[in-house]
Design a protein. Structure first.
Lengths: 535, 116
């Protein structure tokens, strides 16, 4: 039994009440993922409209003002309402299971965080119904563009309030996951026996509790600036805002990376039939990486001339060291293993290859001279989509295909999964790789159109075709979900021969997670049971 | 090694502190090292709190649902939305928020009575 004895409430809720107000961490996590999926479809449709517009230099599918709203809402949706909440939802679902706890720390707080994110999303999107439209100052909301003179109207206010609510919600989720690891681990589950995924969530949540309050403050100040004035009016005011924003904005890239890295590490170990290689170096590198990633934010500000480029260039480039350790650990895990190329493993390999492209171009951007050259261009768009979509989303799909049998008790279809992977892999590279070339050739980002004389049309058409292939990949995934849940193929409790505690309970797990726990003598207790090893 | 994981929080805070110190030496602008320094301090304080609290083996009352929590969340969201839509929404949102808090208190008291 887990450390804390669970005492159930008097009556189990049913119907709408259970749907809206459940405090079971597993069901909350599924609600978060469900809400994120809806926002993901909305953000994806917005992306398709933008790509359709850019396929033809003369296209007038949407006007410039609408285009500004679309790219603002696309970025805001994906960052604040999709990838961050889903990254945290993985922790909300899995961390209590992996540490052997009966539930998450502060289940009411977790529920509170979920509904704040949903309310934030609805608030942001309600801006489309107002006179001036939704927020249109980019997902960063730079001052003075986002001030009342730069962007008048209620829609911009709603964007700020929405971001504030979503940030507060994410902060609460991060805090409860961290508290679960710190306070509610099962007997025998020491910090140095935490599974790799749980360690990535520790690093993630440490960053979340430090950076999200700064975003909340930045948004509150921006709201005050718009309604009262005088907050960012001084000569250094806009720079102050940019510092506050990117102090959150850069580490959040790793909030949206570490959980998926953890998922990929678990997948690679299980599908290589090996214990994870280099556990302790990975933990040290994760903590160094998380700390280092909080001290690089001003590389987004090189061109302002207001920051110490040497320091931020040094720290940005140095991040390649812990990242390299993590990559070598994962490669070392595969080395000599009996690799099984099931769908989760394919997505894990896709994550590793594509995130490498995103990471290496990030090292380039950490160099001020190169950064000056491509600043504000499509090169940047390509870089961050290789990290966030080609990287994190592939990690997410690896996680979904891997843990789906645990969450539902049934398998996702393997054939459709592989088709899903191929379409996403082809679509992703067709969409985002041409953007590197476009950016290097001088195509600037956040433009609704471009002159035909620039010669950008060919690569933009390739990019647009890629976007529609991605959409077809997502459609295949949704079809797979529906088919797999309707015509169920039972998976059993541990179909992959998993290494960690969540595979020791039933699928789906009971309300309080475990009836009994196996002995915990390492970070892979089920691997120990199967192979009689201790580490 | 403390069971609470406090040393990791303190260690991570010290690592941030080191980075903040180097930045403070290097940059003339006080804001960047102040931001990083605050995060370092926050992490160390969190670690100290975890250390002082120690590890307790106790039973937890885990609710199955909590509608008041949802009311508090939507009350807070409505109140904030009132900044854009007007004082009427601030007032309605505030009422929902307070009602949610009151019901949350009631839920807590009922749970305590059931436990005892």
């Amino acid at each position: 039994m887990s450390t804390q004895t669970a005492v159930a409430a008097a009556r189990a809720p049913r119907g709408l009440l259970a749907w809206v107000a459940t405090t079971d961490h597993k069901r909350i996590a599924l609600r978060i993922v469900g809400a994120a999926l809806i926002f993901f479809v909305a953000g994806g449709l917005i992306a398709l409209v933008m790509r359709s517009q850019l396929a033809d230099p003369g296209a007038q599918l949407v006007g410039r003002d609408t285009y500004n709203q679309l790219f603002t809402m696309h970025g805001s949706t994906m960052i604040y309402l999709v990838v961050t909440p889903v990254a945290l939802a993985l922790g909300v679902y899995l961390v209590p299971l992996q540490v052997g706890a009966a539930d998450i720390a502060g289940p009411r707080l977790t529920l509170f965080g979920h509904w704040l994110i949903v309310a934030g999303g609805l608030t942001m999107y309600s801006g489309f119904l107002t006179d001036h439209g939704a927020g249109k100052a980019g997902w960063t909301g730079y001052v003075p563009l986002s001030a009342s003179q730069g962007t008048p109207g209620t829609g911009m206010d709603l964007w700020i309030i929405g971001v504030l609510l979503a940030a507060l919600g994410s902060f609460v989720l991060g805090a409860t996951v961290l508290a679960t690891v710190l306070k509610f681990r099962a007997p025998g589950m020491t910090m140095l026996r935490l599974p790799v995924f749980s360690w990535t969530m520790v690093a993630t949540c440490l960053m979340v509790v430090m950076i999200f309050p700064v975003l909340v403050v930045a948004m509150a100040l921006l709201l005050a600036e718009r309604h009262l004035g005088g907050v960012f009016d001084s000569a250094g005011g806009p720079i102050t805002y940019i510092h506050l924003f990117w102090f959150y904005g850069h580490p959040v890239v790793y909030v949206m990376f570490f959980p998926f890295l953890g998922a990929v590490a678990e997948v690679v170990a299980v599908f290589s039939r090996k214990r994870f290689f280099g556990y302790r170096p990975l933990i040290v590198s994760l903590l160094i990486f998380a700390g280092g990633s909080m001290s690089v934010w001003a590389h987004h500000m090189f061109t302002t001339g207001q920051v110490t480029n040497q320091y931020f260039s040094l720290t940005s480039t140095a991040l390649a060291i812990p990242a390299g350790i993590e990559y070598f650990d994962i490669l070392g895990t595969m080395w000599g293993g009996k690799i099984s190329l099931r769908t989760p493993m394919l997505f894990a390999l896709g994550f590793l290859v594509q995130f490498l492209i995103g990471g290496l171009t990030g090292v380039m951007l950490g160099s001020p001279p190169l950064n000056y050259d491509v600043h504000g261009s499509y090169f940047i768009v390509a870089h961050f989509h290789y990290t966030l979509f080609a990287g994190s989303m592939f990690g997410l799909f690896a996680a979904i295909y891997y843990w789906f049998p645990k969450v539902t008790g049934v398998f996702l279809r393997e054939g459709l999964g592989k088709l899903n992977f191929v379409l996403l892999f082809v679509g992703t590279n067709l969409t985002f790789f041409p953007m590197f070339i476009l950016g290097y050739d001088g195509m600037v980002r956040r433009v609704a159109t471009y002159p035909s004389s620039t010669g950008f049309q060919g690569l933009n058409i390739v990019s647009t075709i890629g976007a529609f292939i991605i959409a077809s990949g997502i459609a295949v995934f949704l079809l797979n979900l529906v088919l797999s849940l309707r015509d169920r193929r039972p998976a059993g409790d541990d179909p992959w021969e998993g290494h960690t505690l969540e595979w020791a309970t039933s699928s789906p797990p009971p309300r309080f997670n475990f009836h009994a726990l196996p002995p915990i003598r390492s970070y892979a207790p089920l691997f120990d049971l199967r192979h009689g090893e201790q580490r | 090694m403390s069971r609470t994981g406090a040393p990791y929080l303190i260690g991570w805070g010290l690592w941030l502190g080191l980075l903040a110190t180097v930045l403070w030496i290097w940059t003339p602008d006080p804001l960047p090292p102040a931001l990083l320094g605050a995060a370092a301090l926050g992490s160390v304080l969190l670690g100290v709190v975890a250390l002082l609290q120690g590890w307790t083996e106790r039973s937890r009352h885990l609710p199955d649902s909590s509608l008041p929590t949802v009311l508090v969340a939507f009350g807070a969201a409505m109140t904030l939305n009132g900044v854009a839509f007007g004082i009427w929404l601030v007032l309605i949102g505030g009422e929902v928020f307070i009602l949610g808090l009151a019901l949350l208190l009631r839920e807590h008291l009922l749970a305590r009575r059931r436990r005892s």
